[in-house]
Write a protein that binds this ligand. Structure first.
Ligand SMILES: NC(=O)c1ccc[n+]([C@@H]2O[C@H](COP(=O)([O-])OP(=O)(O)OC[C@H]3O[C@@H](n4cnc5c(N)ncnc54)[C@H](OP(=O)(O)O)[C@@H]3O)[C@@H](O)[C@H]2O)c1
Length: 198
């Protein structure tokens, strides 16, 4: 390959894989983390954070879905705003971007890191990033490369874009949800996206 040829194995600068080991039990740095959305994926994410020893606050539109997590030690917030107020790191895993925007309405985002792991189109991710930063927060967009049963197993991978500073601050906490791909090649192979929508 010459210097002028693109290296398709190289990750785009904005995308950072979670590749760092996370602690079992009590993490070195226990964090307060809120999870908005307790569908199949949100529940798996919240469980992994609890299992890693973090203080987890959860909110779901249908409150009863929080019961099993509360039994495992999570705190339940009555409103999304209360969940956002409880933690500096807030993970959103909702149906779609519209539900994320609606859920964040009225919440004080100043000083918060919103890690939105809801599947979104690029244009929607940019809109949510703008919404969060305009309201004083930091934004991470995460793409989950896993099904709920894989969360916190070696096969799970979450790709992040957004605030590098926010990612660096919470890298260890985020790695509770997606472990390093220890059973695969340490250096993932990347392909350039060929769609014009990205
Ligand atoms: N499941 C997977 O294998 C998988 C893999 C990769 C990525 N993802 C992504 O993860 C996200 C969540 O997936 P999931 O499997 O957890 O879906 P899910 O089981 O259908 O859960 C959807 C969640 O969104 C909430 N919700 C829906 N509409 C809402 C609204 N208008 N306002 C507030 N909350 C609302 C639901 O609340 P209620 O409980 O009240 O209905 C529920 O907590 C999606 O973006 C999905 O694409 C999923």
């Amino acid at each position: 390959m010459t210097n002028s040829e693109p290296d398709h194995n190289r990750p785009p600068a904005a995308w950072i894989p979670t590749q760092h080991p996370h602690s079992e039990g009590t993490p070195k740095c226990r964090k307060n983390i809120s999870v908005l959305g307790l569908g199949l994926m949100g529940t798996a994410l919240a469980k992994s954070l609890l299992a890693a020893g973090h203080q987890v606050t959860v909110w779901n539109r249908t409150p009863a879905k929080a019961d099993p997590l509360v039994a495992e030690g999570a705190k339940q917030a009555a409103t999304p705003a209360a969940a956002v107020a409880a933690s500096e790191l807030v993970i959103a895993c909702l149906l779609d971007s519209r539900s994320v925007t609606a859920t964040l309405e009225g919440a004080e985002l100043r000083g918060r890191v919103i890690a939105n792991l809801t599947t979104s189109r690029p244009v929607e991710a940019r809109e949510i990033a703008a919404l969060v930063t305009e309201r004083g927060g930091d934004h991470l967009a995460g793409g989950i490369m896993a099904i709920p049963q894989m969360i916190a197993t070696p096969g799970a991978l979450i790709l992040y874009s957004g605030s590098k500073a926010a990612y660096d601050r919470y890298e260890q906490a985020l790695s509770a949800m997606a472990r390093p791909p220890s059973t695969r090649a340490r250096t993932p192979r990347w392909r350039r996206c060929s769609t014009s929508r990205c």
